[in-house]
Write a protein that binds this ligand. Sequence first.
Ligand SMILES: NC(=O)c1ccc[n+]([C@@H]2O[C@H](COP(=O)([O-])OP(=O)(O)OC[C@H]3O[C@@H](n4cnc5c(N)ncnc54)[C@H](OP(=O)(O)O)[C@@H]3O)[C@@H](O)[C@H]2O)c1
Length: 327
Amino acid sequence: MTRESDLMVRALEASAAARIDAPPNPWVGALVLDEQGTVRGLGVTRPPGGPHAEVVALHEAGDAARGGTLVVTLEPCDHHGRTPPCTEAIIAAGIGHVVVGVRDPDAQVAGRGVARLREAGVDVTEGVMADAVAEALAPYLWQRRTGRPWVVLKVAATLDGVVAAADGSSQWITGEEARADAHRLRAESQAILVGAGTVRADDPTLTARLPGRTLEPLRVVLGTAPATARVRPCWERSGPLEDILDELGGHGVLQVLVEGGPATASAFVGAGLVNRVVWYVAPALAGARNTLGALRDLSTASIDRLRRGHLIAVERLGEDLRIEMEV
Ligand SMILES: NC(=O)c1ccc[n+]([C@@H]2O[C@H](COP(=O)([O-])OP(=O)(O)OC[C@H]3O[C@@H](n4cnc5c(N)ncnc54)[C@H](OP(=O)(O)O)[C@@H]3O)[C@@H](O)[C@H]2O)c1
């Protein structure tokens, strides 16, 4: 691994700390090195309205930044949003070299940050560890490119793919560790969506219940929630799923977590709107008779029509498995 890649990995690892609180801004990590190549500043994006990662790292480095290098996962912004442009701060600090992971597809940035730095005589290296950075920032990059949130479908099922027993009960199929992981997934999402059938059957609250979490995700019900449902206040939406996603994207939702049930999950998968599946599998068997299959309303005419994806990760959580698939 080159020194630049190594530094980018450090910036990337640091950025994970901003994953929950930075949205609707991207969770960025930045390092500032002095002229001799010693790391003097580290920054991650602060919650909306606070400074961006570059500014935090530059502030920590102070005068040591002059003639130094900035390593940053995402292209610095060049526009006045809630905060002044990062390019101005970088130029003012006297940084000589900027190393960027990926360009920012946001219409207000899109290469302008890099161009502005070069115009000011700053040396810019792009595309360092670009694949790893793009994976870590996937929901943000997707939302900025398509206007729609990144859709994560979460399922908790038995080994044979069942999500509810014959009487409709489904709590709990998986163990505590899998459920804690699902709560983190909720906290990383700016919206959580379920079908009205799940609200009627389980009356979930759909909160993230994570300590330190400032903003609870927006709760979205497909169809109509009963007046006394614990999920209220919530958004109730029907109509084309594409329109609902457009609306969520327009509200700055970078990631929506679809939590089922089977009718809802089938509709999202059937429409080709799912980016990632996070599937928790419990070592338990339910059988197909009168039970609910995770994608009950979806069909596959022939094996050559299977919706195949890529395996992103497999992890053991207590007695359960967490399988992440790219669709
Ligand atoms: N283990 C798990 O991971 C898990 C997760 C969630 C749920 N569950 C279980 O799943 C069961 C409920 O699932 P379900 O399949 O009956 O219901 P569901 O998917 O939760 O909700 C279906 C309802 O959503 C509304 N809807 C509106 N637009 C829709 C669209 N485009 N596509 C689909 N639905 C739309 C309709 O409500 P209206 O009828 O009001 O129009 C429809 O009846 C429960 O037993 C629950 O315990 C298990």
